[in-house]
Design a protein. Structure first.
Length: 327
């Protein structure tokens, strides 16, 4: 069994000096050493380090470099790929790789750690071990995330379905609890409630992304929010409240929507599902605002960014499953 391990930094590769955590490339070898001391040498690991930083510092350039490295690795004779990554922006990278590779590639599993490996409470080795077992067992194709929440088993998530972290928590969850499976007493159990549409369009492959995303304007309403008067972007993506609603009973919304229409900038709302809608959403049709299919907001942001920078029409792509992103 040959597995390519790609180290990018993050807490799983950090050393602690006093109260300061900093990425340390020597901890790449430490992760493999800790794994082999616990489970034995049961795979050949080929290591790569395309970049090395704390994941909160990631930009579009980092994501492009990561996609190039992973796409290159899956085209070698390895059996799968593990990416060691920071927790803060893991959801963005896992979504990007899901769209770069689709759901039928060799398995790629992203792992991270809530605490540095020197901490006895770290889940880093557990997450890595589950990723190895998942690849060795041939339990799935495409992009996944292996993660042990506080006090639980190690869950395997589809990379395109992750929610943002809760406040002050490193735990990871899939949207609508649609995780792929979990390891229980060393045995992988597929989630019987997991549902997914087969990919309906081709993956992006190696991607081009600018350092900063100026092609997608992201808006997240809150109480007291005033919509911007002018937007310069290829499209607008609004993150709705939990019931799929946004504030529409405000002059700033109407001005905002009219300006988008006059500029022919498409606008999408993420977070609505089902047949019933609140009256505040009835105005969407008047202004040509499109509710997206049920999916993770982060994944749809990445999908829109990729479309804008790689010559695809998000207005069409948002309806097509890729990397099993749509519920």
């Amino acid at each position: 069994m040959k597995i390519t391990v790609i180290f990018t930094g993050g807490t799983i590769s950090c050393s602690e000096n006093g109260n300061i955590l900093s990425p340390n490339k020597e901890n790449s070898a430490l992760l493999l050493s800790l794994y082999e001391s616990r489970y034995g040498k049961n795979a050949d690991f080929i290591c790569e380090t395309p970049y090395f930083s704390l994941s909160e510092n990631n930009t579009g350039e980092n994501l492009g470099v990561l996609a190039d490295c992973v796409c290159g690795a899956v085209n070698t004779d390895c059996d799968g790929v593990i990416v060691a990554h920071g927790t803060d922006t893991l959801q963005y990278s896992s979504a990007l790789l899901s769209y770069a590779l689709g759901a039928r590639s060799k398995p790629v599993v992203i792992v991270s750690a809530a605490d540095s490996l020197a901490d006895e409470n770290s889940n880093g080795v557990d997450n890595f071990a589950a990723a190895v077992d998942f690849i060795k067992g041939g339990f799935g194709k495409g992009v996944f995330v292996s993660y042990k929440n506080s006090g639980g088993e190690v869950y395997i998530h589809r990379g395109s379905r992750l929610l943002p972290h809760g406040e002050l928590s490193a735990d990871i969850f899939s949207i609508k609890n649609q995780y792929y499976g979990k390891f229980e007493n060393g045995r992988f159990i597929k989630n019987p409630d997991y549902r997914a549409k087969s990919d309906e369009t081709s993956p992006f492959g190696k991607v081009n992304l600018k350092k900063y995303c100026d092609s997608v304007a992201v808006i997240q309403p809150y109480v007291g929010f005033e919509y911007p008067e002018n937007v310069t972007a290829d499209c607008v993506l609004i993150k709705a409240y939990h019931s799929g609603t946004i504030c529409t009973d405000d002059p700033s919304f109407r001005r905002f929507a009219e300006n988008l229409n006059s500029g022919k900038i498409p606008c999408f709302v993420c977070g609505r599902e089902g047949e019933s809608i609140y009256e505040s959403s009835l105005i969407f049709e008047k202004y040509g605002i499109t509710p997206l299919p049920a999916a993770s907001f982060i994944s749809q942001y990445i999908k829109a960014w990729l479309c804008a920078e790689n010559g695809r029409d998000f207005s069409k792509m948002q309806r097509l499953s890729l990397g099993e992103d749509l519920l």
